[in-house]
Design a protein around this ligand. Structure first.
Ligand code: ADP
Ligand code: MG
Length: 494
């Protein structure tokens, strides 16, 4: 239902002012519509107000002051009401034009100014062109305007947003996990995208399993245990490459050197050799093949890490690994969750780099890339993998961000402290879901890295409540305030 909000009184460039109709509410951040003369529409966002009256001039103020006593208190309320009554006082909203839709409903960036005294009204389901752009095909929440939540769905277009990478940022408790659940269930509803979630806290499976399409569209793997909902995750040692483990343990130069020598000598079987043979035998064999004699400390460190990985990731040669199944499921547009709660950081890193690398390689080798469904990889607490000090050139996730676009893959980093992320990675995230961020340093970082100009929404971002966010994405003409669906409600509705 559309509500009359007022009349336009001033416009210059993309800046507009309108008087707010008596008895109407307009809030900071409200998006309203200015009706043009030729069926065209101007979408504007209010960011400030001023109150004016015919008494606003100095003479007027002085006259009103003379009606007060020496302490500035009202002597005769009735008389004062007489002077202030009527339509002498106006509230003027100051707003910025966001976009423009012509008479045929085509949406553009601001092209021209509205005319004097045009009608201003609230958004409604009538604003189809704007709402279509906002809605996307992966629904996430409702458009929020000022103090109210409108019944107008907002989301992203997976085909545009996934391969351009996504960032979800918010302090603990701001609603990141809820947002990932809503995203995942919209992806299940849609069926045209694959989603791979590295679930650090094992928090998604239980909720997402309630989705009506869970049986066909949800797959859960757990390296630790099998349960009714989760399959066992296992891989063959030959699938692990040295690169998968270098980033997760602090190797010294000699240890790194040894690792590469080992893998060049034994190739695919390097891991099996490390697990099967004694340190001394390995040293001798390496010395025989490469002429280099490594210290036993060096080799035992590598051996020990291999042993940990064997325990955690169920390395077993006899079984066929699940990797190819996972790749196939993602390609079919399923949501795949890898539960990592009981896996150590080393195991977690091995597993996530391994899987992402396989995915990248698999997609890079596809003859016809346009046939494949876009796949999004969700990486939680991403600064652990993509931190500022990380050597980005060797990092698979950094490669995913910079290269994967052409292969129809995308990365979604979830983090509570965006300032800890590598700049090179941050600058490649073209869709941002900004939830409440308590730290000013984090907000500043996003403001500098975000391509969409979110400076004007600085105050809004500062005051976001749990479950509220600003969505800024490449193809949308402005950053939109959104109330994310609460997962349980969303599930019930669909
Ligand atoms: N959009 C939302 N609407 C209502 N409640 C929400 C919303 N998002 C999160 N919450 C609630 O806020 C709490 C914290 O959310 P959570 O997603 O776990 O935050 P985070 O993962 O950022 O720490 C949860 O109890 C959740 O139910
Ligand atoms: Mg969380």
């Amino acid at each position: 239902m559309t509500q009359y909000k007022g009349r336009l009184t001033f416009a210059k460039g993309t800046y507009v002012e309108f008087v707010v109709a008596p008895n109407q509410d307009v809030d900071f951040g409200d998006i309203v519509v200015v009706e043009g003369k030729n069926n065209d529409r101007f979408y504007v966002r209010t960011y400030d107000f001023k109150v004016k009256s015919r008494w606003s001039g100095l003479n007027g103020v002085n006259y009103l002051m003379s009606k007060l006593d020496e302490n500035g208190q009202v002597v005769n309320q009735e008389e004062l009401d007489f002077y202030l009554g009527g339509n002498h006082t106006v509230k003027v909203a100051m707003a910025e034009q966001l976009c423009y839709s012509d008479g045929d409903g085509h949406l553009f960036n601001p092209k021209t100014c509205p005319d004097f005294f045009c009608e201003v009204r609230s958004l409604s389901t009538d604003d189809t062109s704007l709402l279509k752009e906002l809605k996307g095909d992966i629904e996430i929440g409702y458009l929020k305007t000022g103090r109210s939540v409108l019944d107008l769905p907002v989301g992203i277009y997976g085909s545009k947003a996934i391969t351009e990478h996504i960032g979800i940022f918010g302090t603990t408790g701001s609603g990141k996990s809820n947002l990932v659940k809503v995203l995942a269930s919209s992806v299940m509803d849609n069926g045209n995208y694959g989603l791979l979630i590295f679930d650090v806290h094992n928090e998604y499976c239980g909720d997402l399993a309630q989705h009506t399409k869970a049986e066909q569209s949800l797959r859960v793997y757990n390296p630790g245990s099998v349960s009714a909902s989760a399959q066992k995750f296992y891989i063959s040692p030959s699938e692990i490459e040295p690169q998968n483990i270098v980033s997760c343990a602090n190797f010294t130069e000699p240890q790194l050197d040894a690792l590469y020598k080992i893998s060049s000598v034994w190739q695919d079987s390097w891991m099996e050799y490390m697990l099967k043979y004694e340190t001394q035998d390995i040293i001798e064999e390496l010395a025989g093949c490469t002429g280099q004699k490594f210290q036993s400390r060096t080799i035992s460190k590598i051996k020990s890490i291999c042993w940990n990985i064997e325990q955690e990731l169920n390395l077993s040669d006899s079984e066929q690994s699940v990797l190819s199944n996972i790749l196939a499921e993602l390609e079919q547009g399923k949501v795949v969750i890898i539960e990592l709660k009981n896996v150590s950081p080393v195991g977690e890193q091995v597993l996530s780099t391994l899987l992402s690398k396989k995915l990248l390689k698999h997609y890079a080798n596809k003859p016809n890339r346009n046939d494949s469904r876009p796949i999004l990889v969700i990486l939680e607490e991403a600064h652990r993998f993509l931190g500022r000090k990380e050597r980005v050139s060797e990092n698979i996730f950094a490669r995913l961000v910079s290269e994967a676009r052409k292969f129809n893959l995308g990365l979604c980093v979830v983090d509570q402290q965006p300032r800890l992320l590598h700049d090179q990675v941050l600058s490649q995230l073209n869709t941002l879901f900004i939830l409440g961020l308590a730290s000013k340093a984090d907000r500043n970082k996003l403001e500098t890295m975000c391509r969409k100009d979110i400076l004007q929404q600085r105050n809004e971002i500062k005051n976001l409540d749990c479950g509220e966010m600003i969505v800024a994405t490449n193809y949308m003409r402005f950053a939109a305030p959104v109330k994310v669906h609460k997962f349980d409600d969303f599930l019930q509705r669909s």
